[in-house]
Design a protein around this ligand. Structure first.
Ligand SMILES: Nc1nc2c(ncn2[C@@H]2O[C@H](COP(=O)(O)OP(=O)(O)OP(=O)(O)O)[C@@H](O)[C@H]2O)c(=O)[nH]1
Ligand SMILES: [Mg+2]
Length: 307
């Protein structure tokens, strides 16, 4: 297996360790997170991605005394594959300190020729704050202050432990670029067209989003909210199936729309494909299931070429 180094940095209390726990557990983690102590220096954990990569996570405790240690010894940042920077968007008082620290780290990353995008998470962007004017203005103003230069490209996310889909999207952004999924993306697009679907998402059994495709809808705030909630339900379900070791093959929900989730086992990997579509006749549902069945071959092809 290939090793990857993923760093998560930011000031103390930004929510780094909480996010790692929330992403790993997906439900019933709130108590654990509420009582978290500050991370002492660096906490290491690792994560197997598709049985091909061992992703080593460096959760860099952000208290001042630890930051000083890292800045004095930049080697900590050598050979970083993915760099995530957390900014607590609720804490206005610490924003400028956070930007300063970020800029010091950028200098170090530049010296080590860090080459991927820098991922910036505006964290604690909780669902109830989504239309909060102060927070939105703060995000805009921080973005302006962060100096993008010829060395780096930034990618921004708004994340919260109260919406796991936001965390999954942030981490998936890096991981799903490791494999070329363009063929699968086209297939999902085709499925959406054929069944007039709203969206189709391919997950790993640890909740990484490998490929997703959304039908474009103009009324996007409401639509986005619906998609987020749907992804959160999928992520919790997929995690529970794993935690409780439940036999599962497929599931169709007939609400006001059809929701179809199917599990695939390809070699040692487990995947789930989800599609939401408007109500359809029984024959069409059967056709949808046949199409999902065929998708197994497409997965097989991608993963036999990549292993
Ligand atoms: N409202 C809100 N609170 C959060 C969120 N994420 C984390 N927190 C809270 O923020 C506090 C600090 O979180 P930690 O994960 O310990 O922060 P950290 O960045 O790891 O801090 P250090 O280890 O000192 O660097 C915890 O009490 C969490 O409950 C979030 O998305 N929203
Ligand atoms: Mg921590």
């Amino acid at each position: 297996m290939k090793s990857l180094k993923l760093i998560i940095a930011g000031l103390d209390y930004a929510g780094k360790t909480s996010s790692i726990i929330a992403l790993r557990e997906k439900y019933n983690f709130y108590e654990k997170v509420e009582n978290l102590k500050p991370t002492v220096k660096i906490e290491y954990s690792s994560f197997n991605f598709l049985n091909q990569w061992e992703v080593n996570i460096w959760d860099m405790g952000g208290q001042e005394k630890y930051r000083q240690i890292y800045l004095d010894k930049p080697e900590y940042f050598a050979d970083t594959n993915y760099f995530y920077y957390y900014i607590d968007i609720q804490d206005e008082k610490k924003i400028s300190e956070s930007i300063n620290y970020f800029e010091e780290l950028l200098t170090i990353l530049k010296d080590f020729n860090y080459s991927n995008k820098i991922i910036i998470c505006f964290h604690k962007y909780d669902p109830k704050l989504r239309r909060n004017k102060d927070i939105l203005e703060r995000i805009t103003s921080v973005k302006k202050k962060l100096k993008q230069n010829e060395h780096f490209e930034f990618k921004f996310f708004r994340t919260s432990i109260f919406d796991i889909s936001t965390l999954s999207k942030a981490i998936s952004y890096s991981l799903n670029s490791l494999i070329d999924f363009s063929v699968l993306k086209l297939i999902l697009k085709g499925l959406i067209r054929k069944f007039n679907g709203n969206y189709a998402i391919l997950y790993t059994d640890s909740g990484v989003i490998l490929v997703d495709f959304y039908k474009e809808i103009l009324d996007s705030i409401e639509y986005e909210e619906k998609v987020r909630q749907s992804i959160n339900r999928d992520l919790v379900l997929i995690q529970k199936l794993k935690d409780d070791n439940v036999e599962f093959n497929e599931r169709v929900d007939y609400d006001e729309e059809i929701k179809y989730l199917k599990k695939y086992e390809i070699g040692d990997n487990i995947f789930f494909l989800k599609m939401n579509a408007p109500k359809m006749r029984e024959e069409k549902i059967q056709l949808l299931k046949n199409n999902f069945q065929n998708f197994e071959n497409d997965l097989q092809e991608i993963f036999s070429n990549n292993s």
